[in-house]
Write a protein that binds this ligand. Structure first.
Ligand code: FPP
Length: 247
């Protein structure tokens, strides 16, 4: 599959990916789990390039969940080191290609080296107008929603937010994705058919695409196949099929 088969008039603005299966990929090869994560970075590059080439505006990657803190501490440390290395290795090229980097999640609790690398890369790419790469780090939906409620409740208590003003748009504006549209498509690799605490508010109308391909094997052609699958679906947002075709 290449991008020639895609309808250029129907490209999603925002695609989110749960990159799963690195550990199993490594195990199949008789290697340590981190070998899978290291190879997963190449798949990040492939999906980002593919997405940029067809004009997707936002790509959100679930790189480290709140729950991932419970993994063995060696794996957590190795993942953080890998992230820092990938940022330093790639920032130049990301910048040249007009990529803007952003993060969502509780990044204040990441190791200092990670926070510094992210801050520098964000600063360096902040004026770019190509695709925005949003890394979800120490992120989970329930954490994000709890944060939003806490903030709203605090403001309601001190009088700066009126309870009557609370509606769906306002809630969206308190989430870490406030600046971004909801994803039209979620991809999850490795054959797991779950959302796993990722963007649960934002995924209300998102098309879900599950593939058995393990993340380190997920390359450009797999990305385009997912987009093609999305394009063949009819998005109804609660309306009837007839209402959609009459529009
Ligand atoms: C899930 O596979 C993958 C992760 C928890 C980490 C993903 C991180 C990367 C691909 C590197 C990130 C780098 C950048 C630049 C964003 P798993 O370990 O859960 O695999 P398993 O389910 O087979 O055990």
């Amino acid at each position: 599959m290449n991008d020639l088969y895609l309808d250029k008039e129907n490209i999603p603005k925002h695609v989110a990916i749960i990159m799963d299966g690195n550990g199993r990929w490594a195990k199949q090869k008789g290697e340590m789990r981190i070998f899978g994560h290291t190879n997963g970075v190449e798949s990040v590059r492939a999906s980002l390039t593919a997405a940029g080439e067809i004009g997707i505006k936002y790509l959100t990657l679930y790189a480290f969940s709140t729950e991932n803190w419970n993994r063995p501490k060696e794996e957590v440390a190795a993942l953080m080191d890998l992230l820092v290395k990938a940022i330093y290795d790639e920032v130049e090229e990301l910048n040249e290609k007009g990529v803007k980097l952003d993060t969502i999640g509780n990044t204040n609790i990441l190791p200092d080296s990670c926070q510094v690398a992210l801050k520098e890369a964000k600063e360096r790419t902040k004026n770019n107008s190509g695709i925005t790469l949003i890394l979800a780090l120490s992120y989970s939906s329930r954490w994000e929603i709890a944060q939003a409620i806490k903030k709203m409740a605090g403001e309601a208590k001190d009088g700066s937010l009126s309870v009557e003003a609370i509606n769906e748009d306002l809630i969206s504006s308190y989430l870490s994705t406030a600046n971004y549209p909801d994803p039209e498509l979620l991809i999850r690799t490795s054959g797991e058919n779950r959302v796993s605490n990722f963007l649960m508010w934002q995924l209300a109308y998102t098309e879900l695409y599950f593939t058995k391909t393990l993340w380190p094997d997920f390359k450009k052609e797999h990305f385009y196949k997912a987009i093609k699958d999305y394009q063949e679906r009819e998005r109804r947002f609660g309306k009837t099929s007839e209402q959609i075709t009459d529009e």
